[in-house]
Design a protein. Structure first.
Ligand code: UGA
Length: 427
């Protein structure tokens, strides 16, 4: 099929490369010339395993990048993959997506064949009928050959390509059998015995995405809440969670307690669905509590630190800055509130992350960024572990070079426990 994808960010670039890999003719459209140039050089504007290889393989034949919308009417389906960032009150900002939707409609104004416009971006259910469909239609001068649908994306950073190519579910939110059939054509190579196809309306499809992320975020917050109780009782939360994970109604996934969830998705999506629910007059108590517990975890880490170290004149090592390992993404990383709080208290910091130091330096330019975990730990009075990078599990003698070997582990990734003062957040 001929597919156009508006937006070459995280999701847009990944799906463009993957659709080309599935045998479709793909045009990636982005307003940013630098991004388009990078793509046409066969490189991804983001770091993601396997993505550069796919781009290199398909760019110039099955995949083209451009700033022009000319390919839109020539294609069968257009995917809108524009970011929907958070407003101050947690609601999603639709301006960028609206502009792309209107430009897409405009490009389709004279098309007589039916055309499907699929929202890939994460949007709240009411915004489809109230905002996005009218905006596409306005751009298209009311051309009723155009239909809008929703196909949420469930890939994770760090495994985006393999998640996309091996989905556990595909959600097709449409208003007609014709549109559902088109989505079957697009995803045909991925529809096998392993993946389920959910056929529904666009609003339900949008809600499935929020429910998915809200469920995971709440699951982790519940595990953190229970984990904090375990710690109060002197118990190991991981032993408890390993046991409850044997119940397949709970599953053993996403039971890792610690300093909490970050990233570009869970915080944004949970806050957006809370804001959208409140707008309807409903207070989602469990989701509000999930956010509250998540906000509390970094504070508990600092409380554990101050129970062993007087912060005045202290030098503290902060190990791990990205929101999870294998990415340089620091968006909503748990390291941010921790660093901010220590800086507010005038503490000297030595931070280390294998890849995310530059990103963090843009936010906190005044702190020291060490070249290795050992350098950050050297002569420090305490260490906070905020990301479970593999290399941290190998740290051993580096702790002996600390002025006082106090280690507060927020991710349960430090193996050495003997000869140091070691505190796990929930164990
Ligand atoms: C998440 C979802 O897992 C994807 O399914 C979804 O498509 C994506 O958001 C999105 O909406 O785009 P991602 O943000 O890439 O993916 O990262 P995850 O691997 O889910 O981790 C999120 C956060 O939860 C990280 O900070 C991680 O450290 C934390 N986490 C995860 C825990 O604290 N404990 C766990 O057991 C698992």
């Amino acid at each position: 099929m001929r597919i156009t994808i508006i937006g070459s960010g995280y999701v847009g670039t990944t799906i463009a490369a993957c659709f080309a890999e599935l045998g479709h003719e793909v045009t990636a459209i982005d307003i940013d010339e630098a991004v388009v140039e990078t793509l046409n050089d066969g490189r991804a504007p983001i770091t993601e395993p396997g993505l550069d290889e796919l781009l290199e393989k398909h760019i110039g034949n099955h995949l083209t990048a451009t700033t022009s919308y000319d390919a839109v009417p020539e294609s069968d389906v257009t995917f809108l993959a524009i970011g929907t960032p958070s407003n101050e009150n947690g609601s999603i900002e639709l301006t960028g997506l609206e502009a792309a939707a209107e430009a897409t409609g405009d490009a389709l104004a004279d098309k007589s064949d039916r055309h499907l416009v699929i929202i890939k971006s994460t949007v709240t259910p009411p915004s489809i009928g109230a905002v996005l469909e009218p905006v596409v239609s306005k751009g298209a001068n009311g051309n009723d050959a155009i239909e809008v649908g929703m196909n949420p994306e469930f890939l994770r950073e760090g495994s985006a390509v393999s998640d996309f190519l091996n989905p556990d579910k595909l959600v097709f939110g449409t208003r007609s059998a014709w549109a559902t059939d088109r989505l079957h054509d697009v995803f045909e190579p991925l529809i096998g015995t392993e993946s389920s196809v959910v056929e529904t309306d666009p609003e339900t499809a949008a809600m499935i995405k929020y429910a998915n992320n809200a469920f995971f975020a709440s699951k982790i917050s519940l595990v953190n809440d229970l984990g904090n109780i375990c710690k109060e009782f002197g118990l190991d939360a991981y032993e408890v969670m390993d046991a409850i994970g044997l119940d397949d109604r709970i599953s053993d996934r996403f039971l890792r307690s610690g300093v909490g969830w970050g990233g570009s998705c869970f915080p944004k999506d949970v806050n957006a669905i809370i804001a959208a629910a409140r707008k309807e007059g409903y207070d989602p108590a469990v989701l509000e509590a999930a956010v509250a517990v998540n906000d509390r975890q970094p504070r508990r880490m600092l409380e554990l630190l101050t129970s062993h170290v007087a912060l005045e004149d202290a030098r503290i090592a902060v190990l791990g800055l990205s929101f999870k390992p294998d990415t340089d993404d620091i968006r909503n990383s748990r390291a941010i509130p921790v660093v901010q709080s220590l800086l507010d208290q005038g503490v000297e910091l030595a931070a280390y992350d294998p890849v995310a130091a530059d990103e963090m330096a843009a936010l906190f330019p005044t702190i020291e960024y060490a070249d290795s975990a050992g350098d950050a730990l050297f002569e420090s009075d305490g260490a906070l572990i905020l990301t479970d990078w593999d290399e941290f599990s190998d740290l051993e003698s580096e702790f002996d070079a600390m002025a006082t070997p106090v280690v507060i582990d927020g991710r349960r990734c430090i193996n050495r426990r003997d000869g140091i003062i070691y505190e796990g957040l929930t164990w």
